[in-house]
Ligand binder design. Structure first.
Ligand SMILES: Cc1ncc(COP(=O)(O)O)c(C=O)c1O
Length: 381
C-alpha cells in the first residue's frame, strides 16, 4: 500500500523541530513562518508541552467519553478564562472541519432550520457541511451538493442584511479568512451580521480555526470588533500539533445526550496538549507578542519594494506581491530556507509563524524576503 496521492509535496523531510525552526534529514535548518498551516502556536517541541504530554502518556493516554474525564472540565474552565467566554460550554472533537460540521448541526438542532449564509472566498473544511459552506466548487463532490447555502461578498452589509431572514439557520464566517487570502471582515460588517442574526433567531458561527488562539493579537479575531457569536469553532493552534478542536457554545443552546459525539474527541492526551498551550500562551504573554511583533512586521513589509498590499492582524499576515507569489514562496523555501504559506489565485504570501517568534527571527524573515524580491525584480528588468 502507498499513501493516497492527494498532496503536491515539497521534497523536504523534517526530522527535528524546536521553537521557530525545523531541520531536515540532511541537517539543513529552516525558519518556520508557516507553522504547518497555522498549527504551531507555542513553538515546536516547547519543553512544557513535551513534559505535559509525556507525563500524561505515562499515566493514561486515552479513554473514550464513556467515563469521567476531569481534564475536559479543567480545559473548559481555562479556555473560558483565556477567551472571556466563561459562561459558554465546550464540545471537544478532532479537526477544524469536524468542529464546523458540529457547529452547523447544532445550529440546526437549535432552531430547526436549514438555510446557511456563508461568505465568498470562504474555507471551512472538507467534510459534508463544512465543504458546502466553503466557496470552492472544486472541493465538493456530487454527494455534497444540494444544501441551502447562500454566499455573500465579504463586507457587503446591504447584501448580508438582505439574505438573513426567518428561514436562516446560521451565518458562518471566518474571524479572518485564511485560505481565501487573509481578508478581514470590518467591524461594521460583523456588527450588522450580529444584529441581523439576533433579530431573526439565526445562529452566528465564528470560525476561528485559523485566526483564533491569540494569533491576531486578541484571543479570537472577532474580539477586535466587539461582537459576541453564539458558536465559535477552534482547532489548529489549540493543540500545537496534537489533533484537537473545540466548539464553544452559547449557554442558551441546550445539550441533549447523544446529539453530538465522537470517539477520540477530548481524550486525555488532547486535553493535556490543549492545557499546555493555554499555559504557555499565558506565561509567555504570547498574545501581546503576536500583536507587537505582528504590527512591526506589517509596517516593515509595507516599505519593501515589490509588495503591493499588507493585510491581516497580529501574526496572521497576508503579503500581496507584484510578482507571482507561488514563485516567491518557492524561492523563500529553497534559497532562503524559510517556510511560508500561500493563497492561490491572488498573489498572496501568508505568514503564520509560531506566536513566540522573536524580533531577530522577524528581522531574518524581512531580510530574506526583501532580497528575494530584489533578485526577482532584477531578473525581470
Ligand atoms: C478557517 C478554517 N476552517 C476550517 C479548516 C479545516 O480544518 P481541518 O483541516 O482541521 O479540518 C481550516 C483549515 O485550513 C481553516 O483554515
Amino acid at each position: 500500500m502507498k499513501p493516497f496521492d492527494v498532496y503536491p509535496l515539497f521534497d523536504i523531510t523534517p526530522v527535528k523541530a524546536e521553537g521557530a525552526y525545523l531541520w531536515d534529514d540532511k541537517g539543513e535548518k529552516y525558519l518556520d513562518f508557516y507553522g504547518g498551516h497555522a498549527v504551531i502556536s507555542i513553538g515546536h517541541s516547547h519543553p512544557l508541552y513535551v513534559k505535559r504530554l509525556t507525563d500524561q502518556l505515562n499515566k493514561i493516554g486515552f479513554y473514550s467519553n464513556a467515563v469521567k474525564l476531569p481534564l475536559q472540565e479543567e480545559l473548559a474552565e481555562k479556555l473560558g478564562e483565556a477567551s472571556g467566554y466563561t459562561d459558554y460550554n465546550l464540545f471537544l472533537c478532532n479537526s477544524g472541519a469536524e468542529a464546523n460540521e458540529n457547529a452547523l448541526k447544532l445550529a440546526s438542532f437549535h432552531n430547526g432550520r436549514k438555510k446557511v449564509v456563508a461568505i465568498s472566498n470562504s474555507f471551512h473544511g472538507r467534510t459534508s457541511l463544512a465543504v458546502a459552506v466553503t466557496d470552492d466548487e472544486k472541493l465538493s463532490a456530487f454527494i455534497n451538493k444540494g444544501n441551502r447555502v447562500v454566499f455573500v461578498p465579504m463586507n457587503d452589509e446591504e447584501a448580508i442584511a438582505r439574505v438573513i431572514d426567518d428561514e436562516t439557520c446560521a451565518v458562518i464566517i471566518e474571524g479572518i479568512q485564511g485560505v481565501g487570502g487573509i481578508n478581514t471582515p470590518t467591524t461594521g460588517f460583523l456588527k450588522t451580521v450580529e444584529a441581523e442574526c439576533n433579530q431573526h433567531g439565526v445562529i452566528l458561527i465564528l470560525d476561528e480555526i485559523q485566526s483564533g488562539y491569540g494569533r491576531t493579537g486578541k484571543f479570537f479575531a472577532h474580539q477586535h470588533a466587539g461582537i459576541k457569536p453564539h458558536i465559535i469553532t477552534t482547532a489548529k493552534g489549540m493543540g500545537n500539533g496534537f489533533p484537537v478542536a473545540g466548539v464553544l457554545i452559547h449557554p442558551d443552546i441546550k445539550a441533549k445526550h447523544g446529539m453530538l459525539g465522537t470517539t477520540f474527541g477530548g481524550n486525555q492526551l488532547a486535553c493535556a496538549a490543549s492545557l499546555a498551550v493555554l499555559e504557555v500562551i499565558e506565561k509567555e504573554n504570547l498574545i501581546a507578542n503576536a500583536q507587537t511583533l505582528g504590527n512591526k512586521l506589517m509596517n516593515s513589509l509595507k516599505n519593501i519594494s515589490g509588495v503591493s498590499k499588507v493585510k491581516g492582524a497580529g501574526l496572521m499576515i497576508g503579503i500581496e506581491c507584484e510578482e507571482d507569489a507561488a514563485a516567491i514562496r518557492k524561492d523563500l523555501l529553497f534559497k532562503e530556507k524559510i517556510f511560508t504559506g500561500y493563497s492561490s489565485g491572488n498573489k498572496t504570501i501568508r505568514l503564520l509563524p509560531p506566536l513566540n517568534i522573536t524580533q531577530t527571527e522577524a528581522d531574518h524573515f524581512l531580510h530574506s524576503f526583501s532580497s528575494i524580491l530584489k533578485t526577482k525584480s532584477k531578473t525581470l528588468a
